[in-house]
Design a protein around this ligand. Sequence first.
Ligand SMILES: NC(=O)c1ccc[n+]([C@@H]2O[C@H](COP(=O)([O-])OP(=O)(O)OC[C@H]3O[C@@H](n4cnc5c(N)ncnc54)[C@H](O)[C@@H]3O)[C@@H](O)[C@H]2O)c1
Length: 264
Amino acid sequence: MTVFDLTGRKALVTGGAQGLGEGMAQALAAAGAHVVVADVQDDLGPKVAEALGEGHGFVHLDVTDDASWATAVADAAGQLGGLDILVNNAGIEITSLFVDLDPDAVRRQLEVNLLGTSLGIKHAFLAMRPGGVAGKGGAVVNVASVAATIAFPGIGVYSATKSGVDRLTRVAAMEAGKLGYGVRVNCIYPGLVPTAMGAGLANDVAAIGLFPSPEEAVGAVIGLTPAGRLGEVSDMADAVVFLASDAARFITGAGLAVDGGMGM
Ligand SMILES: NC(=O)c1ccc[n+]([C@@H]2O[C@H](COP(=O)([O-])OP(=O)(O)OC[C@H]3O[C@@H](n4cnc5c(N)ncnc54)[C@H](O)[C@@H]3O)[C@@H](O)[C@H]2O)c1
């Protein structure tokens, strides 16, 4: 057994029905954790959980809804017999030039990315702190973005929400420490990964005229990346396993760039 081992840990991954969240759920399970996949997608989510095998599950969760969080965390902790790890991964990205901003799209990104992550921290703390339904402390990993550390055109509001996730992480870590919750809080800044969101972003920045084609948008990202490639789902998932594990026992309030060097 290594310090990266998660045997016996209980984890909830938001936005786990596809993309990075699905990969994070798989990596946490492979490291030994029991995982509950949480998502608004009631069709895909249970299939992801089923593919993880025995001892894993699915809960419906809309991260923008406080009551949905309360139900989902109680349900997950009931299914798993506790809760030690929350991955706040659910997020949305709506590409737009500032001159074309749609207030509803701005609000939607604020709601899912910032309100959703805030409520996740709230309910993780309530469950994991002494006296909570799980009560044994734990680790929260928030998913920010390289967009929080660079200025890429067409994603101004999304980038701002991810800078917000970065700041939520720092303050939450401080509060958890000061109040003796026994919960570490960290975030990762993923680089571009060609999931539905990542591929959609490349299409959208081309469609609004910032790049001649999606391929050239991707080429520009790779050109800005010292590692010389896009990110892969497993790159992000392994970083989440690390931050959730005892290998990161003295790491809290940190942001880990997992971007091939793009955001340095
Ligand atoms: N793909 C990338 O290039 C990239 C880069 C940096 C950061 N990120 C971040 O990683 C996270 C995952 O991205 P992805 O590429 O897997 O995206 P994705 O669109 O493939 O998956 C997002 C998941 O979140 C779920 N979701 C959306 N709104 C929700 C809500 N209100 N409640 C619960 N679940 C909800 C969706 O149903 C979906 O399963 C996001 O926070 C994203 O901002 C992605």
